[in-house]
Every structure is written in structure tokens, then in C-alpha cells.
Design a protein around this ligand. Structure first.
Ligand SMILES: [Zn+2]
Ligand SMILES: [Zn+2]
Length: 649
């Protein structure tokens, strides 16, 4: 260990010296960086050497290398925009920003900055006249056009623009009943942060739903008629769907909520009253259609008229898909775990020894979780506090691996039938082949649920699973019609409220400020952490870490080294980059020798990519980056490993 530290330090010194030479440095600076290393024994990261050096040179470049920045004005403009973005991203209070501006103005470089944070961010002077009274609450309508134009410009979107909306309510403060009802929008098929179209704030949910939706419906119809102007081109705009949880969906559709007898928005099923709750057991019902909705042929379903019917070409059934996040993750998966842990006595209820064993198994998997996951597995006892992403992680990855020795076989196989069907509906390559099978499997899961857990637990959510496969089309998986991206934006919005005073105006200010910032899109891939490989292709640079738009490879971490390349599974050893052209790079790795199915019920798991293996690998070779079809999650299972391609990216 000590030896490798010394040699690395020498390498750092050499790198620093080389860098210094490249920039025609004085010997002075080189000594400085050496001092830095000798005084701090923990100074091991080679990236830091480079960045410390760069800071030195930026300061010097003022006098000697004036052409380092082609246009000085451009640079200052960028600095200003970056500062704006930084302050919004980190939710910096205005007074803190103002005091930073004052400090910066003391330096010669930034004399043109304003002294007031509000000037920098172009905070609106007064929004009071933009506030619209709506029932007992109030709202501000920001509109779609401005933010949409910005998104289309940044992403150079060329074809038809398909819009998806999310309507949801969230409590703003723990103590009070006040709630916020934003309408969020995103463009389907591209990755971007959803933007806010409208904000409602009141003591309860908007009771006059048509007042809440009016400006929105009017603008949608205008946009669908005229299209949107982006850089002298007109793009056609179309509403694709509204993604909501079932209470919000019922609210904007003006139909019965999920506890009602005729509440399924997809079919004509009627609920039964069993053990003081409404349950749904019938599986064969005629489906609702756009025609039947508009003509209210089932008058037990409708409560109010909704002005969403005024939106041209909107299918009132297909345009309101079931949401994977609320329905499956927070609905069905959470319900099953609750039945195992806190349910009434029954064959599904787990003894406390099994619960402890399950929690231990989950926690042990922590070190195998790839960087793409924000959360690591935690004890099943915490499941009341689990986030939707944790239930998804449990269903698709950690559950199938840990539950085999915990649940009785019939319950384990039943859980797997949900995991398999959701895996299929999450992956475009599987959906196209196996969508019908996934639909049948979900129907089987629902029918078996009644047998295994009892009629009284066949809730609205369990019933709705039979419709989930129909929501998926060839180019849209359940990930695109789920509320995950909106949920994180709602969380972000909520965090920007700094005091209980006039939250609607505070939020509106933050939203308008971020509209005014020109965001710079990151360039991918990013390589970092130089690695010193002597064994192969010495002309290339070798990196440990490569961040692409979809996933991260980090060969220093077991959990972030595995990828799927066509039908092979490969452990990456390093990322090789051509020193002349960073666009020419490849992956150097070793293929796993032998893989076998990890379960056989409801189907052999190799069909959907769950496989187990012993860590034996072929000789290493190079693979193109483009040939990678997915990053993989590798979990320890007894004396073997289970490998699963990531489904949710
Ligand atoms: Zn139904
Ligand atoms: Zn290498």
C-alpha cells in the first residue's frame, strides 16, 4: 500500500511538471505544487493536481496569455450565466447571492456585475397582478410557449413535438393544510427537466377544476393550431398524455375516485363491497373508449364535466395512461411488502426472523448498487419511508435475488411474475417481442393475488395492473409514461420555498428566474481518473471512469464495471482514449465465460436477461462504446452473482 502511494505521488509530480512545461511555467509554480503534495499525505487524486495547476495558470493568463479566451466579453457573459445557474441550482438565498456579488465586484474582473442578486437573476418586480383568483385558492399561469421554445432550441428538436403533462398536488408545509397544484410539462423522447406551466396554491385541492385548467386548455389549442416557432422553423405540437396518480387523474377527468365502484378509467368493472372496502375482482370487462367517455355512456363513472374534452384530438382514455410509479411502485409493491410485514394473519405473513433475514440480505447488497441509483437498499422495517425509486429497485433487482429463501415458493413465483412483466414493459427491446406475454402475466398475477392474499386486498391498484401492458407502445415503455421525472421536479420546487410568507409568489419568482437562464448542455462522454496500464495499447490514454449521457462506467468499482454488449456480458477493465482524438475511444474488458438462468418460473429468466454466473472471464479485448446495449447491476447471491441489465434509465 505504502509503495503504491509513493509511486503515485511521483507520477503526480511528473504530471504536474509536464503540465507546467506545457504552459511555459516558471520553476516557481512547479515547486509550489510539490510542496502541496509533501505537506498533505492524503493528497492522492491526480485530477486535483491538474485542477490546482489550472487555477494557477488562469490567474497568470491575465497578463501573458490574453488570447486564452478568444473574446473577453464572451467569457464574462458566460461567467454571469454560470453564476445565475449556480445560484438557482443550489437554491442560494438572494441576500447571500448579493453579498457574493459585492465580493466579486471588488476583483478587477467582475466590475460589471450588479450588486443586487435580484438584478442578476432578473427577478420579477411584482407578480401580484399575475395572480388569478380560482375558487378558494389562487394561481399563476406561466404558459407553455416560452419554456417549450427554449427546450426545442437547446435540443434542436426537429420533428413533431409530443407533449406530456403532469398534474399533482403536494403539501407545502408539514403543519398546515395548504397545498400546491402545479401543472408540469415535458417533451416526449428527449431528456430534459420538466417545466412548470401553472401553479395553484390553496388550502385544499382546486375545487373549481375548470377554472384551474382554463388558461392551459386555451393555450394548448392555440399551440396545436399554430405550432411553435423555433429558429425560423414551425414545429407541430401535439398533446400526448397526462401522467397523474389516480386521485389527480380522477380530479381532472371529473370522474369517481379510486374508492368508487365505477372508478376504473380503462374499463367498465364494478367494484364490490368486501370487509368494509371496495374491491375489484372481475377481469373481463368491456373497455371504455373516447366515444363512451365523451357521451358519458356510463353515468355512474362521471361526476363533473371536464374542459379537457375541448383539447383537439385528445383521446380521453388513451391520453390518460396509468402511471407505473404510483400504480406499481408505491401501490402494488408497497402493498405486498406491507402484507408480508404488517398484514393480518395469513400464509403470506412473514415471521419476524424472516423479516430480519430479509433486511440483512438487502443491506448486504448495498456495496453492489451502481452509481445510477440515488439510494441504497435499506431495512424492510423502514418501508413506510421508502421512496418510489426504492420500491422499483426492490421489484426489479434486489427483490428477485433476496426473496427466494424468504417467501414460500408459491409467493416467490407470484412476486416474480410481477417482476418479469414489469421488466418486459420497461425495456424497449423486450416490449416489442414480449408485450402480449407481459399482459397475460399481469392478468395471471392479478387473478393469483386474490387466491394468495384474499379478495379483500384486491384494490383499485391491483385491478389496474390488467390494463398496464396496453399503455405501452413500440417506442414508449412504462418508464416514459411514469411520474418519476415529475416527482423529482415537484420535490425541487418545494425546496425552493424559503419561508411560509406568500409561497406562491416565491415559487413564481424562482420559476421565472430559471426561465431567464440560458442553460448549457453538458458534453458527453466525460473521461476522468487516468489509469496507468502497461499491459496493452500503450499509445492510448487509459481511464478508470467514463460518464456518458445514459450511464457511468467506473472500473475502480465492481458495481460499476459490468455492461451488456449484444448478447455478451463484459466486465470493463479500462476505457481507452486516442490521445489525439477523444472521440475515438473504446472499452477494454473481459467477457463472462458462462451464464445460466437464475430462475425458471414464470419463464426461464434468460429470456429477460436475469442470469447468474461464477466470476470466470475470457481473455480481455476491445469493444466499441456504441456496441454497449446496457449497463448491468451485479448482485451477490450465495456463491454466485446475478446480473441484470438496468431497466429504468
Ligand atoms: Zn379496469
Ligand atoms: Zn488500460
Amino acid at each position: 500500500m505504502k509503495k503504491s502511494m509513493v509511486s503515485l505521488r511521483r507520477l503526480q509530480q511528473r504530471a504536474a511538471a509536464e503540465l507546467a512545461q506545457t504552459y511555459n511555467s516558471t520553476t516557481n509554480t512547479t515547486n509550489e505544487s510539490m510542496d502541496l503534495e509533501t505537506t498533505d499525505p492524503h493528497f492522492l487524486n491526480i485530477d486535483d493536481v491538474y485542477s490546482a495547476e489550472n487555477v494557477c495558470y488562469e490567474e497568470q493568463s491575465d497578463s501573458s496569455d490574453t488570447d486564452f479566451f478568444q473574446d473577453k466579453d464572451d467569457f464574462i457573459f458566460d461567467f454571469k450565466e454560470s453564476l445565475k445557474l449556480w445560484s438557482l441550482e443550489h437554491n442560494i438565498p438572494i441576500n447571500a447571492l448579493s453579498s457574493l456579488l459585492l465580493l466579486l465586484k471588488q476583483t478587477e474582473k467582475h466590475t460589471d456585475l450588479p450588486v443586487d442578486g435580484r438584478t442578476l437573476l432578473a427577478t420579477p418586480k411584482s407578480l401580484n397582478r399575475n395572480v388569478i383568483k380560482c375558487g378558494s385558492g389562487e394561481m399563476i399561469y406561466f404558459g407553455i410557449q416560452k419554456s417549450l421554445t427554449k427546450v426545442c432550441k437547446e435540443l434542436s428538436f426537429s420533428s413533431l413535438v409530443s407533449l406530456q403533462f403532469n398534474v399533482d398536488g403536494l403539501p407545502l408545509f408539514k403543519s398546515a393544510s395548504s397545498q400546491l397544484w402545479p401543472i408540469l410539462c415535458s417533451v416526449l423522447g428527449v431528456k430534459h427537466r420538466p417545466f412548470t406551466v401553472s401553479l395553484y396554491y390553496g388550502d385544499k385541492k382546486p375545487e373549481d377544476i375548470n377554472c384551474y385548467l382554463r388558461p392551459f386548455v386555451d393555450e394548448i389549442n392555440l399551440l396545436q393550431t399554430t405550432g411553435i416557432q423555433v429558429d425560423n422553423r414551425t414545429l407541430n405540437v401535439k398533446v400526448h398524455s397526462f401522467v397523474c396518480d389516480s386521485p389527480a387523474r380522477a380530479l381532472i377527468l371529473g370522474v369517481k375516485s379510486h374508492s368508487g365502484y365505477n372508478s376504473c378509467t380503462k374499463c367498465l368493472v364494478e367494484g364490490d363491497y368486501v370487509s368494509r372496502r371496495v374491491v375489484f375482482t372481475s377481469c373481463t370487462n368491456s373497455l371504455r373508449t373516447d366515444f363512451s367517455f365523451r357521451n358519458k355512456t356510463d353515468d355512474d363513472h362521471h361526476l363533473k364535466d371536464t374542459i379537457l374534452t375541448e383539447i383537439q384530438d385528445l383521446d380521453m382514455i388513451r391520453g390518460f395512461p396509468l402511471d407505473f410509479m404510483h400504480l406499481v411502485c408505491l401501490g402494488v409493491v408497497k402493498k405486498m411488502i406491507k402484507l408480508w410485514t404488517d398484514g393480518p394473519p395469513g400464509p403470506f405473513k412473514l415471521p419476524s426472523t424472516k423479516l430480519i433475514e430479509l433486511s440483512e440480505k438487502l443491506v448486504l447488497l448495498k456495496m453492489y448498487v451502481p452509481l445510477e441509483f440515488a439510494r441504497k437498499p435499506r431495512s424492510i422495517a423502514d418501508c413506510d419511508r421508502w421512496k418510489a425509486t426504492e420500491f422499483r429497485q426492490f421489484l426489479l433487482y434486489t427483490g428477485p435475488v433476496t426473496l427466494s429463501s424468504i417467501l414460500d415458493k408459491v409467493y416467490y413465483d407470484h412476486f416474480l411474475s410481477l417482476a418479469v412483466s414489469i421488466s418486459i414493459l420497461s425495456a424497449p427491446s423486450l416490449t416489442s417481442r414480449l408485450k402480449t406475454y407481459a399482459g397475460q402475466l399481469l392478468k395471471y398475477f392479478v387473478a393469483q393475488f386474490e387466491v394468495l392474499y384474499g379478495t379483500q386486498f384486491c384494490s383499485h391498484n391491483i385491478h389496474c395492473l390488467i390494463h398496464l401492458a396496453d399503455e405501452v407502445t413500440d417506442n414508449l415503455t412504462i418508464n416514459e409514461i411514469s411520474a418519476f421525472k415529475y416527482e423529482s421536479e415537484l420535490g425541487r420546487l418545494k425546496r425552493t420555498v424559503r419561508s411560509p410568507r406568500n409561497p406562491l409568489i416565491q415559487l413564481a419568482n424562482r420559476i421565472i428566474e430559471s426561465e431567464n437562464v440560458s442553460t448549457v448542455r453538458k458534453q458527453y462522454p466525460v473521461f476522468s481518473k487516468l489509469q496507468f496500464c502497461s499491459t496493452h495499447h500503450s499509445s492510448s490514454k487509459h481511464y478508470q471512469k467514463c460518464v456518458s449521457e445514459q450511464f457511468i462506467i467506473d472500473t475502480s468499482r465492481f458495481s460499476d464495471s459490468f455492461v451488456k454488449i449484444s448478447e455478451k456480458y463484459v466486465k470493463i477493465l479500462c476505457v481507452e482514449v486516442d490521445p489525439e482524438n477523444s472521440e475515438k475511444f473504446s472499452l477494454f474488458g473481459r467477457e463472462i465465460v458462462h451464464l445460466e438462468p437464475f430462475f425458471f418460473n414464470p419463464c426461464s429468466s434468460d429470456n429477460i436477461g436475469y442470469l447468474k454466473f461464477k466470476p470466470n472471464y475470457h481473455a480481455p479485448k476491445n469493444y466499441t462504446f456504441e456496441s454497449v446495449s446496457a449497463k448491468c447491476f451485479v448482485l451477490k447471491k450465495d456463491d454466485m452473482f446475478v446480473i441484470v441489465p438496468l431497466r429504468h434509465l
